[in-house]
Design a protein around this ligand. Sequence first.
Ligand code: ADP
Length: 472
Amino acid sequence: MVTSEAAPFAKTGGLADVLGSLPPALVEKGEEVAVVLPAYDAIDLRGAERIYNELPVWMDGARYDCSIERFMRHGVHYLFVTCPALYGRPGIYGDQRGDFGDNPVRFAVLCRAALGVASRIFRPDVIHCHDWQASLVPVYLKSTFRHDPVFYGIKTLLTIHNLGYQGRYSASVLRDIAVPIPEVMHPEGIEYFGDVNYLKGGIVYSDYITTVSPRYAQEIQTPEFGFGLDALLRSRRFFLAGILNGVDYDEWNPEDDRYLPNHYSAKDLAGKLACKKALLEEFNMPVDALDTRPLLGIVSRFAHQKGLDLVAECIQGIADLGVQMVVLGSGDAQLERTFGDIARARPEQFAFRGGYNEGLAHRIEAGSDMFIMPSRYEPCGLNQIYSLKYGTVPVVRATGGLDDTVTGDTGFKFFASTAHDLYNCIRYATMQFADREAWETRMRLGMAEDFSWAVSATRYMELYRRLRQAAL
Ligand code: ADP
């Protein structure tokens, strides 16, 4: 596998969770898996072993000196590409000033280094590429290395975790990434309206494409969700499938979650109320009506995709319902200010914490009664799956993986991406909360759902098998 993130080493979102838990699930079922990712500065490489000293990547005139460190985790070879010139700095994709300007080169070199690994260190049958950062692997394989016998027989699979991020750059990057320009820089290749589009290259040149839920696989073939690539995806629809992400219940289980002050299960829910009380106290909020006043939780990147501006838009209505709400998230600065202002205006009802905080994310999942995800689109979404496990009833927009994982029995769904519909859904859920018995039934149904990797890993293995046999 080739990726820009993998938990617990480097994480900004769900992609990392998948790369932290799918590979071990595959190993458990008998596959041999190596995961290639950059050795970002922030990764603690103590305990890793230098297994390859000189793996230079040539990009036309430039030479990038890479070496490979290996860290074994749950039987998976995590192979870190060390290249201080490109990865030796704080941040995965950027810093306070925005995305790094050399990202197109950083991830082109990742792809070339991964091919170096494939030829010299770990010989794969299938290279499974994740998102745009790994999308040049099939491009190089089908162009630069098309006649290189070292790679004969290797198949490529691209998984799209989020079509909204495509790695689109001006054509001027072409001189830095060493692709054979006449061969690939055209509308049937990596060109997109005069620019270079990495993800498009992955979609065109990989042998098969998956995305992270069946519903999202359908949605991305429509103009509404296709981000300009829907026609291309429709043309590849016989080589496109959705495989739902699993989650790692070793990390996310209210029965033994190391971040929680109390534990609980579907059989004994008492600990959940204690978690709610502790969470409210953590934010100095009143704990006088634990049984009757619902606590709404949000943990999210603050990106337009996540629809949190809709929450801000109907916050007055939410306040008037008398509920409490705890929000953890970072990203859009304007939205961070808005939630900060809301919390300052009504500290007994609303709390906001910026930044990234793993422990608090777990405590919000456990302590809340409902979890709000009003995403405009959601390829799979993990938080609503964690919520189900934690007996925290999800209130979600019926899109992508949210629609595939939440049912009318386990949560609440709304359809139009508007503050009005979101508000009505929250209001309806709040009314249902008053019937404690029915609510607990709903919680238990959610807690009984199983989204562990066992099923999805088997589906990937079936796909790898078909790719190996070229029976596609
Ligand atoms: P996406 O990948 O689009 O961000 P997902 O729901 O697939 O959305 O995955 C989000 C993951 O990132 C979850 O594991 C969630 O708990 C975590 N997460 C998001 N924001 C934060 C935050 N501010 N602090 C801690 N964890 C966060």
